[in-house]
Design a protein around this ligand. Sequence first.
Ligand SMILES: Nc1ncnc2c1ncn2[C@@H]1O[C@H](COP(=O)(O)OP(=O)(O)O)[C@@H](O)[C@H]1O
Ligand SMILES: [Mg+2]
Length: 316
Amino acid sequence: MNAVIQDIDTATARVATPSPSVVPAAAPSTGRLLIDQVSIHLGQGADRFLALDSVSLDIAPGEFVCLLGPSGCGKSTLLGALAGHLQPTGGRLSLDGQPVIGPSPERGLVFQHHTLFPWLTALDNVAYGLKMQGVAKAERRARALALLQQVGLGGFEHRYPRQLSGGMQQRVEIARVLINQPRVLLMDEPFGALDALTRLKMQELLLDLWTRLKTTVVFVTHDIDEALFLADRILVMSPRPGRFIDELPVPAERPRQPELLTTPEFGRLKRHCLDLLRHPDSTLPLTRLTPLGLDPIAPADPSAKGVAATQARFAV
Ligand SMILES: Nc1ncnc2c1ncn2[C@@H]1O[C@H](COP(=O)(O)OP(=O)(O)O)[C@@H](O)[C@H]1O
Ligand SMILES: [Mg+2]
């Protein structure tokens, strides 16, 4: 990390008090994503292959869902389809009943590496979406400034991307997407390039923003800790072609604290995810989780996968 850059991610800066009048929360009734038996083929001719194999998922408005799976299993492919960047070969995708047929600011996408314009300041990068909508300069700057404060970057608005640390760049990137008030936030390993401490700070920031905005979030990761810390529900994917092999509700209370990561209950869920990722198609018995106590029970009944198997309680 560049030593001359003051890095707020590892310093003491706090996220500013919310300003709901500037960034109104999406109504909880919007943001329902429906993935209905979606299959996606990639490649051309003889190289064509099945990347995603008939995945289905109903995501509630305001829900935080993590897609967890090994590298190459089709996570980015599915997110790309949700963003409208590629069309499924089969099945249907819809947001609030409207078919997904192309990109839209209503479905904001954040990648591992930012997509900021290097020649624009943080403020102008964040305000850019409003400029495209024809919003007057004074208003778009005021809204961008408020949003930068919400992501903890008050005072950094005149910096260019190269003058910001990796974590700060991702904060600007998130603000750039949120200024469009998306109904769905699609995040593709957004903190994957950050060091561990910055990553944790960013996870906390994201949860803080999400608590206020209640935008639906679909967050892709191959990091089990990250998925468990963030999600309401985790969909575990098989290696290519990607399928959903388990669905785990994460019933830890919110707001979540980093201490959650060291609880025995968290450890159990983590081991369960590890088992699934290591033996996605195995007939080996997996450690199953009981509805109440998270105690392992008899060898897995393969037909018993899913919600009922993982109703667990956390105490932090
Ligand atoms: N445009 C493409 N053409 C051909 N193969 C691709 C393309 N994009 C991704 N792939 C391949 O499809 C599979 C799924 O990719 P991806 O969705 O990026 O996986 P993940 O995000 O889970 O790591 C991988 O094997 C990848 O190499
Ligand atoms: Mg990917």
